[in-house]
Design a protein around this ligand. Structure first.
Ligand code: UDP
Length: 249
């Protein structure tokens, strides 16, 4: 449990990370929207990891509110639907910012879509400065472009800010050979290469995001965010979840 893990900055394996949070996580037990209890619990965990000296940037998804591809197939212009999805990520980012600031964590929301009254515009050098100053940076608005996802945003921003790893927070313990919520016998992979993920069409992140990580040798760790203390365990280098990398040690 979270309270029993004691470590200091010297125990950290990763000093600068991108945490990709899928919108569904914020919905908690609900299927849609934002569950306040969930957001508060999540903020507490981030605070504890931050206190260890880990520089944290978050990329918020928006699937708990709106996914462009789903509406695009239906009646809407895809680009418009995707813009709505990107705005959903801003709503989630503000919810998390509020929860973090309430418990004394200094944050900045940086949006890829300019909306100065709401969030800072995304400027790479400013983002790294915020991290150096100990602020949690929340990247909102995806990449700012339709036809992309927040997984790709996480890969892109990770490269831009020099993050050592992408932590992909999900509701299951890692990557499985079948959906563990539907198949009792599903097996979890401890490690995978990018090529495995692409060839087996495993649902880690979309192929654009995986390719970007592969081209730039950026490791991804897929882990269960619902298990208390897991963000801490991952940044400390504990072997949980599934590591996706080049496979070379
Ligand atoms: N989106 C987009 N461009 C981006 C990032 C996101 O158009 O660079 C839109 C897209 O419609 C997507 C929605 O925003 O479905 C929400 O993001 P995502 O599906 O990645 O959220 P998650 O599944 O992680 O909650």
């Amino acid at each position: 449990m979270l309270g029993s893990i004691s470590m200091t900055v010297s125990n950290l394996k990763y000093r600068r990370v991108i945490l990709k949070v899928t919108g569904e996580v914020l919905a908690g037990a609900q299927k849609f929207g934002i569950d306040g209890t969930m957001v508060r619990a999540f903020a507490e965990e981030i605070k504890e990891v931050k206190a260890l000296g880990c520089e944290m940037a978050l990329v918020m998804g928006g699937g708990n509110i709106f996914r462009g591809a789903e509406a695009g197939e239906w009646v809407m212009e895809r680009a418009t639907a995707d813009t709505m999805g990107m705005l959903a990520t801003v709503i989630n980012s503000l919810a998390l910012q509020d929860a973090l600031e309430k418990i004394g964590v200094s944050t900045r929301v940086m949006s890829a879509i300019e909306m100065r009254q709401v969030a800072e515009p995304y400027i790479r050098r400013r983002a790294t400065r915020h991290l150096e100053k100990g602020r949690v940076v929340i990247f909102a608005g995806g990449t700012g472009n339709p036809y992309f996802t927040t997984d790709t945003t996480a890969s892109l921003r990770a490269m831009e800010i020099g993050a050592e790893v992408i932590l992909k927070a999900t509701k299951v313990d890692g990557v499985y050979d079948a959906d563990p919520l539907k198949h009792a016998g599903a097996k979890r992979y401890g490690e995978l290469t990018y090529i495995d993920v692409l060839n087996k069409e495993l649902k880690v992140m979309d192929s654009t995001a995986i390719s970007l990580c592969m081209d730039n040798h950026l490791p991804i760790i897929v882990f269960n965010i619902l298990q208390k203390g897991n963000i801490k365990r991952v940044v400390a280098g504990e072997d949980i979840g599934t590591l996706v990398s080049t496979g070379r040690k």
